[in-house]
Design a protein. Structure first.
Length: 411
């Protein structure tokens, strides 16, 4: 097979082609799994970028390590495609899926050489959607003024801006990613403010008794946490500084300090406000999906409701729950590979992975399927450690959280 990009001549795909859309961790895992079982079956990988292989979770801890985007790339797309014996279509966007004829309609993203003819369609025998999910930008967070750290290209652009010296950065959203980025930027020498609708970080996942410890830990480092606050708008002044307008959620309260309404002035704003699955391709293919949780797949085979189409990773959901962790990807890819190749297999057994917050200021480990509300029970509570269990309606443990004493770095 050859390595192709959008600047090459048109190509036609054999009837047995496996086509994968998306060259993130999920897409490359599927290729690895198929190639471990079949070295020759035709595979085409379509991506809107250059297809480089990198480990996305590293993005939330790379700035303090002084790593550039190039430092995180394990293999370029061309190198990886040659090694895997696949056809790679870079800087290519799938604009439509015709699931009846099993055809994809393609267009160049603008990065390709416009002096050559580009392929406009490709046939698939089996199709894998590894398209990921995209950051949510509320109306109060204009995309042209706000960064996100969900892709290596945007990370690289932000890293270049921050490499010029200590700067003021606001992060909107104190989930796992926002909380990890906050510590990473602080360690890199920047002044960090973390803003969230909730009163503590990770409040959509853990109960208040647990999140209070996380708040204490991050504030002890020097991160400013503004909890229970909503951003209403961002503007840029003539000096290039960003002014963030925000206020408390409970606007009906009469005891509000002036400081709560004073705009926060920063050099950069990063959005970490959640993810959505783009609706265009699932809708075109007639696939059942939800923009917040993802494409609905069969729990055992990871097939969608459309014939010969699978989904994996951030873009899919199982039993109404999004699957947005890296650890299960290998098992998901192995199941898809077996199913595509017609091998007998026992089916995918979805097990929620252990979740570890990468912050050094505090150790947070979560198992099961945690949620903020519910019957959380304290198993142990001391200055050094808090252990809690979430019990379901049958008194069975559905999640646990273990939080160990923060390690406060010396100034």
């Amino acid at each position: 097979m050859s390595v192709e990009n959008m600047s090459t001549s048109p190509m036609s795909s054999p009837q047995k082609d496996i086509v994968i859309i998306g060259a993130g961790l999920a897409g490359w895992h599927v290729i690895d799994a198929i190639r471990s079982k079949d070295k020759d079956i035709p595979i085409t990988l379509i991506t809107t970028d250059n297809g480089d292989r990198y480990h996305k979770p590293m993005l939330t801890m790379a700035i303090s390590q002084n790593k550039r985007a190039a430092d995180l790339v394990r293999a370029t797309g061309i190198e990886a495609a040659k090694a895997a014996n696949i056809t790679l279509l870079t800087h290519t966007q799938v604009i439509d899926i015709d699931s009846d004829s099993q055809q994809l309609h393609l267009a160049a993203t603008g990065a390709a050489d416009t002096h050559t003819t580009n392929p406009t369609s490709i046939h698939y025998e089996k199709l894998v959607l590894a398209v990921g999910a995209h950051p949510i930008f509320p109306k109060s967070l204009p995309e042209d003024l706000v960064w996100h750290v969900n892709h290596i290209e945007r990370f690289g652009q932000l890293q270049e801006k921050l490499a010029t010296g200590s700067q003021r950065v606001a992060i909107v959203g104190a989930g796992m990613v926002g909380t990890e980025i906050a510590e990473d930027l602080l360690k890199a020498g920047h002044k960090v403010t973390l803003i969230d609708l909730n009163n503590a970080p990770l409040s959509q996942m853990l109960p208040p008794q647990a999140t209070a410890r996380i708040t204490t830990a991050i504030e002890s480092q020097g991160i400013q946490f503004l909890g229970g606050c909503q951003v209403s708008g961002i503007t840029r002044d003539s000096d290039g500084q960003l002014h963030i307008s925000y206020g408390p959620l409970d606007t009906g309260s009469e005891d509000l300090s002036i400081q709560q309404f004073t705009p926060l002035v920063v050099d950069h704003v990063i959005a970490s406000t959640g993810l959505l699955v783009d609706d265009k391709l699932p809708t075109a293919a007639g696939i059942e999906f939800d923009r917040r949780t993802g494409i609905v797949v069969d729990a055992l085979t990871l097939r969608t409701h459309a014939a010969n189409i699978y989904a994996i990773g951030d873009c899919m959901s199982i039993n109404g729950v999004a699957c947005r962790y890296v650890a299960p990807l290998r098992a998901q890819a192995a199941t898809i590979a077996d199913d595509i190749l017609g091998h007998e297999h026992g089916g995918y057994d979805h097990k929620p992975p252990m979740i570890r917050l990468k912050n050094k200021a505090i150790s947070v480990m979560v198992t099961g399927v945690p949620k903020a509300t519910g019957n959380w029970q304290v198993k142990s509570d001391s200055a050094d450690e808090l252990v809690m269990e979430l019990l379901d309606d049958h008194e069975a443990v559905s999640a646990t959280v273990t939080i160990k004493a923060p390690i406060i770095a010396k100034a």
